[in-house]
Design a protein around this ligand. Structure first.
Ligand SMILES: Nc1ncnc2c1ncn2[C@@H]1O[C@H](COP(=O)(O)OP(=O)(O)OP(=O)(O)O)[C@@H](O)[C@H]1O
Ligand SMILES: [Mg+2]
Length: 233
């Protein structure tokens, strides 16, 4: 039987036959301000509170206190779970990125039995690839693609950890680097787009290897308890 990880985000798991495939890397892509960070915090919080699964949120974008206060607005006391070592939040300045950073993440994840991981975001990585990786004057698209490719490939060695990789996208692509959508096992896309109802955002599962996905575009609501995916009328 296939092993799946329930996000318990209302309305989401039924789009992917009950949950995300265990041990895989999923790209969570979207335009700015669409709810990618909130979706990912909810995934980690639900894991710790409802599934007894440890989660780690690695942010290159926002500091820890901002993430805690964002979570608190939805009633999620992440600080408490962090103190109990059930949730790990790491805010890492992009200037601290090194070539072996991903290896350090992997070691940490294994040592602490973390089964839910979030990287926020691949886009921040792509524009700040470690300068040891290549000379600044030589940085080009191919180096960025190769760095992101290797980064995701390393994460895919974690067979018990299901990773959400957040990516910023413009309106016509699935990622900024142009390679992560191919290497990831799944792609979820959130955009600003009204279907004419009450909600101004939509979510669509674009790919999930080995899973019979619901391919429809669904309204996404950010309410007082977090994100909710609505069924189509
Ligand atoms: N408590 C709340 N209730 C309703 N909507 C909220 C609440 N908090 C934030 N939002 C909405 O969610 C949006 C931000 O969500 P989030 O930070 O998850 O987006 P993001 O996709 O991660 O954005 P970015 O690309 O800038 O990182 C805000 O712009 C706001 O519209
Ligand atoms: Mg964000």
């Amino acid at each position: 039987m296939r092993s799946q990880i329930k996000t318990i985000i209302p309305g989401f798991d039924e789009l992917v036959e009950g949950g995300l495939p265990k041990g895989k890397c999923i790209l969570l892509s979207g335009t700015p301000g669409t709810g990618k960070t909130i979706f990912s915090l909810q995934y980690i919080y639900n894991g710790a509170t409802k599934c007894r699964e440890k989660g780690m949120y690695i942010s290159f974008e926002e500091n820890k206190q901002n993430l805690f206060s964002q979570a608190k607005k939805f009633g999620w006391n992440m600080e408490k779970f962090e103190k109990e070592k059930k949730i790990f939040i790491k805010d890492i300045p992009v200037s601290d990125l090194k070539e072996n950073t991903v290896k350090e993440f992997i070691t940490y994840v294994k040592e602490n039995n973390i089964t839910r991981l979030v990287i926020d975001s691949l886009s921040a990585l792509a524009i700040n690839i470690p300068s040891t990786y290549t000379k600044l004057t030589e940085i080009n698209d191919l180096f960025v693609k190769r760095f992101i490719y290797n980064f995701i490939n390393e994460l895919r060695t974690l067979k018990d950890t299901t990773t959400l990789l957040i990516s910023q996208t413009s309106n016509d692509g699935l990622s900024m680097d142009g390679v992560s959508e191919f290497i990831c096992d799944g792609v979820i896309l959130i955009t600003y787009e009204s279907l004419g109802g009450d909600y101004s955002r939509t979510l669509r599962v674009r790919k999930m290897r080995e899973i019979n996905i619901d391919e429809d575009i669904h309204p996404l609501e950010i309410g007082s308890k977090g994100i909710k995916i609505h069924a189509l009328d």
